[in-house]
Design a protein around this ligand. Structure first.
Ligand code: FES
Length: 199
């Protein structure tokens, strides 16, 4: 699978973790104190708690349930109930390639060697959830499904599509810096209402 945008950098400050879903795969997207993004399967290797419910301290993501701590490589480095134990390397969160590019966070579930998508030098505007398949959004603009579609009117936009499930999609919109962000934001809400109503 190609690169998929899973959020705007400004929406995931350093030291936070958020849940995302790509084609039914639940992810924990977290940003360490030094600002690096990580995309992991949203499941603690211990007893399956969502890691997106956890908390970030420095370069470590801790599970909220029993406090197991995972380093940036996904490996468990500390188990509070057994403080003298060096956890075996087999205790490791599922990690996915994750990159910051054009002020967005990009993930690939398959480890594609394709280049990151291009948003034409545009700036991020906002992200919105749509209750329709990603293909419906692309089709609304007369386009085929792609990681990023371009729209020329009424606003000059690049729209990154994050297919959350077969029936839902998160949209991450980018526009040239000179565009009215509020007008673009209102436009996105309007097309969401229109596309969902037409579905
Ligand atoms: S379920 Fe995560 S530490 Fe126990």
């Amino acid at each position: 699978m190609d690169w998929v945008a899973v959020g705007l950098c400004e929406d995931v400050p350093a030291g936070t973790v958020v849940p995302r879903r790509v084609l039914g795969t639940d992810l924990a997207i977290w940003r360490s104190a030094t600002g690096k993004f990580h995309a992991w399967g949203d499941r603690c290797p211990h007893r399956g708690m969502r890691l997106s419910h956890g908390f970030v301290r420095g370069e470590v993501l801790s599970c909220i349930y029993h406090g197991w701590q995972y380093g940036t490589d996904g490996a468990c480095g500390y188990i509070p109930a057994h403080p003298n134990l060096t956890p075996p390397k087999t205790i490791c969160a599922q990690t996915y390639p994750c990159n910051q590019h054009d002020d967005a966070i990009w993930v690939t579930l398959s480890g594609t060697d394709q280049p990151l998508p291009d948003v034409g030098g545009c700036r991020p505007v906002r992200s919105l959830d749509f209750a329709v398949p990603a293909a419906d959004i692309a089709a609304w603009f007369g386009q085929s499904l792609a990681p990023v579609i371009t729209v020329a009117a009424p606003h000059d936009l690049h729209i990154a599509l994050q297919p959350s499930t077969d029936n839902a999609c998160m949209v991450h919109a980018f526009a040239p810096a000179d565009q009215d962000r509020k007008a673009v934001s209102r436009y996105l809400e309007q097309i969401r209402a229109d596309i969902e109503e037409a579905a």
